[in-house]
Write a protein that binds this ligand. Structure first.
Ligand SMILES: *Cc1c(COP(=O)(O)O)cnc(C)c1O
Length: 225
């Protein structure tokens, strides 16, 4: 199947849902992204600052670029001028740095808080019980150039559908609590970024609004990034 055919498949899978398709192009060449772009795809995700920046520079400027991988504070400044959404905010320190760089750039940066929902698959993310205290903290209240649009989670890499189901249920429940209980203009709660090539169907059942699909669009990667 070609990239274009794979995109058609996912667009029809998502047609009756509230979810948008984030094409995860990490490790893939510019030519693959151009093919997807010509097929109409505009949302692309990368997991490193270097690849995101290089690809941004070489590709049409109406692409919405999302960072989905761990972000080091010293690299925030490189992506703040153009990034549309950072999915992988995993510490207050990082949020403070994004706010600071966003202020310098005269932007408000859209962020998702990454929640650790798997057993040991992902090394990064807040624990579920850390999120609400963070959002209610004075440090958070002092930020002016970030907007929290929702949560991101990575389920365990397992064939155990029940386990993935429980992990997505956990993040969805947290999402709803924040949405219903916390009133703050800096918190919008419109995006729940869950689901990858192997588990997006389960994620859609739990109300995903952004599925992050890499290998099922572009083929297997040479290294697992
Ligand atoms: C690589 C990656 C994806 C896409 O994974 P596939 O299994 O190739 O669809 C999604 N989310 C994150 C955070 C990733 O790093």
């Amino acid at each position: 199947m070609s990239i274009t055919e794979n995109l058609d498949y996912f667009n029809s899978e998502l047609a009756e849902t509230n979810a948008r398709l984030l094409a995860v192009s990490k490790t893939k060449p510019i030519s693959d992204i151009k093919e997807a772009y010509l097929a109409g795809q505009r949302l692309f995700g990368e997991n490193t600052v270097q690849e995101l920046t290089e690809k941004y520079n070489q590709l049409p400027k109406d692409i919405e670029w999302h960072l989905i991988g761990h972000l080091q504070t010293n690299k925030v400044k490189y992506i703040v001028p153009f990034v549309s959404l950072i999915h992988s905010v995993d510490s207050l320190k990082l949020l403070v740095e994004i706010d600071k760089q966003a202020q310098k750039a005269g932007r408000v940066i859209n962020c998702l808080l990454e929640v650790f929902i798997a057993d040991e698959e992902s090394k990064f993310g807040f624990l579920p019980n850390e999120i609400i205290p963070l959002l209610k903290s004075d440090e958070f209240k002092n930020l002016n150039n970030i907007q929290v649009l929702g949560l991101m989670g990575i389920a365990s890499n397992t064939d155990d559908v029940g386990k993935i189901d429980r992990e997505f249920a956990k993040i969805k429940a947290l999402f709803e609590i924040i949405k219903n209980d916390i009133s703050d203009p800096k918190i919008t709660m419109t995006e729940l970024s869950i689901g990858m090539s192997s588990d997006y169907k389960i994620a859609l059942r739990h109300g995903s609004t952004l599925v992050r699909i890499g290998s099922a669009i572009f083929g297997n990667r040479n290294y697992s990034a």
